[in-house]
Design a protein around this ligand. Sequence first.
Ligand code: SF4
Ligand code: SF4
Length: 463
Amino acid sequence: MEKTDSRNIGQKSRFTRRNFLKFVGTVTGASAMVTSGTSLLIKDVFAGKKQFELEKPKFKITKLDTSAQEIYKCQKTLKRFNCKNMAFKKVSEEFGVSWLTPWFQNMKENIMKSQIGYGINVKSPSEARAHQAFAFGANTWNMLLAPYGEGHENMGLLSWNPLHVPPDLRGHPDSAPEPSDLTKKVKQMAMLYGADKVGVTRFNRKWIFEQTCRNMLDPNPPDTKQIVFKEIEQPTETDMELIIPERIKYAIVFVVVMPRPSTQLGPSSFQTHAAANLGYGRMGLTAIALAEAIRAMGYTALPCMNDTSLSVPLAIDAGLGQLGRLGHMITPWFGPHVRIAKVLTDMPLLPDSPIDFGVTEYCTTCGICARQCPSNAISLDADRAYEPPATTGPTGNPGALKWYINGKRCLRWWIESGAACSKCIDVCPYTSVTLGDHYGKDKRPEKFWELDVAHFGHRKVIY
Ligand code: SF4
Ligand code: SF4
């Protein structure tokens, strides 16, 4: 047995199709982790199936008086992210067709081969089809709302104006609002609409996108629109700009937990696709409902899914977690097994403090996500950097001290595997120690239909 330390990071054997097939054969449908006592036993399938022991992450939460910009030592050169550089757009441009086209084609081929993802066999095409049907059904709310939100600012149910609050009930908020009382109320509403944990921040405009991109899945040149702040009464959209009133200064940020049983059937499967879809749908419903409630209290509210701003730094500023090596925010309650949404508002609120519970230090020596990522999209470097690797291209936004993710490699792997990957989220020790294992020793995909699941698949709901 070998203790992992920072010298192990970076010693991963090169990913090849051959050793990936070995990987699939070894841990299909399984987490490569066994928890015992205070340590985790990791099978490092990429390093000759060596096992090593890693101490379980600890959860002493410290409140900080610094912001995400300070925590990640952001340089002055850090620019607001431009949505035309999202991996979805860049890969569609690269393929000359929406990335969804080859992805759906490969999904269909998986079904015909009786597989629910890359190399994950089930008994028949119809069994494979049932898993895919679950994923498509799980995407329904998301598609009805505004698919994933990317490029959908102020569109459909993500409208920046009230949806159904009667005109007489709009505007005229309390003349002497009490921020702590309003904060308590909107957090409670968010939880009952579908959030699993809620935080508030007086948001940093650095995290608001510089431009939206309206044709995110289109291979043609980007169709962009500036996102700006102006002294204006109502949120407004023109041919050139999306204008947010200057007085909108707060973000209510929340996470929703994805169903854990689905991410355990990976590395890349129809089930992990279902997990993401359920997360997106529920986060969208929650954001839209919360925005409408805030409008009914007389304030302005902009519901946002993946649109309008980066979600991770807003969520860090709102005290919901820390940035992990895998590029997602890790929460102390549900690990990185969450999706994040937000509502921007002029309602005066009481901000939460960012937190530290040891994620950066743990990630420095862990590196399991990087070792098990099938596409080598996650950095294996021991240390964080200010610059993404050259291969990341414009999808990486230089200027923050972090482990950069190669979003294009990740997405190309989704296309190639004909399914959605969440391996990094599945194997993260913060996931296993918070959300556990739903399968035990029997990892067959068919077992999914027999699991005793609660609503949303992650916990027993207590009302
Ligand atoms: S980074 Fe992408 S390809 Fe790599 S494990 Fe995570 S989801 Fe899979
Ligand atoms: S994000 Fe990666 S490196 Fe950090 S704890 Fe999770 S698996 Fe380990």
